[in-house]
Design a protein around this ligand. Structure first.
Ligand code: SAM
Length: 247
């Protein structure tokens, strides 16, 4: 039956598009794209010519009825964003929520996602992590957000733009001190780089080599050190209390 396919596209290297994603893009009646001109380049690369429609944060709610009607008519639709997995800091959530509420079939076609690629090669713990999307653009709000996250023990993952990477590193240093930061830059592209160190060390590296401040970044932070001593002391107290009560 007809479905909305949520299709991941490459984050740089076009070879990362899966054969299944290419097949779906070739079979649907319509591709709903964050930026149709951007996606047109991918479609040309695949040798595909499929009607496209824009779907971005400003028209997403208004598109729901239109796309629902196409599905009702038996036409399948692919949702793609400019890069990576739709809905991950990209449009699509409202559409998926509304189509699911109407009982439509929504099928993920997994593939590249910058946060998962970054974590998979960073060398920071991955058993628990918290993706935090983009930090606020304004300095005060950004520092407040970082301070609110200071006690989190899991690895923290952020997306960041090249315009703000230096300010963000400075704020991470100010809010969280010496903990380890890993920058994953230009993943899957020619100048892919992983830099690891304290926020201050990374800031110095970016100032020394401005090329390192160009491109796209995933910022990862080691979690806060677990408060093991305090916890075991508490547990000790509870165990003691339980023993006394038992007597
Ligand atoms: N939906 C995408 C995904 O699945 O990763 C993310 C879209 S979000 C609007 C764009 C942000 O993702 C960039 O600012 C950057 O933080 C990160 N990003 C995307 N491609 C990247 C790449 N090749 N290398 C590093 N970061 C990347």
């Amino acid at each position: 039956s007809a479905a909305l396919y949520v299709v991941a596209t490459p984050i740089g290297n076009l070879a990362d598009l899966s054969p299944r994603a290419a097949a779906v893009l070739g079979e649907v009646a319509l591709v709903a794209a964050e930026d149709t001109r951007h996606t047109a380049r991918l479609m040309r690369h695949l040798g595909l010519s499929v009607p496209m429609l824009s779907l971005h944060e400003h028209n997403e709610a208004a598109r729901v009825e239109q796309l629902d009607a196409r599905l009702a008519a038996g036409e399948s639709i692919a949702l793609v964003s400019d890069a990576g997995t739709p809905l991950i800091s990209d449009p699509g959530f409202v559409l998926v929520r509304e189509l699911r509420a109407r009982g439509r079939r929504v099928v993920p076609i997994p593939g590249a996602c910058a946060l998962v690629a970054a974590l998979s090669a960073a060398g920071l713990p991955t058993d628990r992590f918290a993706f935090q999307g983009f930090l606020p653009a304004k300095g005060g709000a950004r520092r407040a957000r970082l301070e609110a996250l200071a006690g989190r023990e899991e690895t923290l993952v952020f997306y960041e733009s090249p315009h703000r990477i230096r300010d963000t590193l400075a704020d991470i240093g100010a809010a969280l001190g010496e903990r380890r930061v890993v920058l994953a830059r230009e993943l899957t592209k020619a100048f892919e780089t992983f830099l690891s160190g304290s926020a201050g060390e990374l800031l110095a590296q970016l100032e020394a080599d401005p090329n390192q401040a160009r491109g796209e970044f995933v910022v990862m932070l080691a979690g806060a050190a677990p408060r093991a001593a305090e916890t075991s002391a508490e547990m000790g107290g509870e165990a003691l209390l339980a023993a006394l009560l038992a007597e």
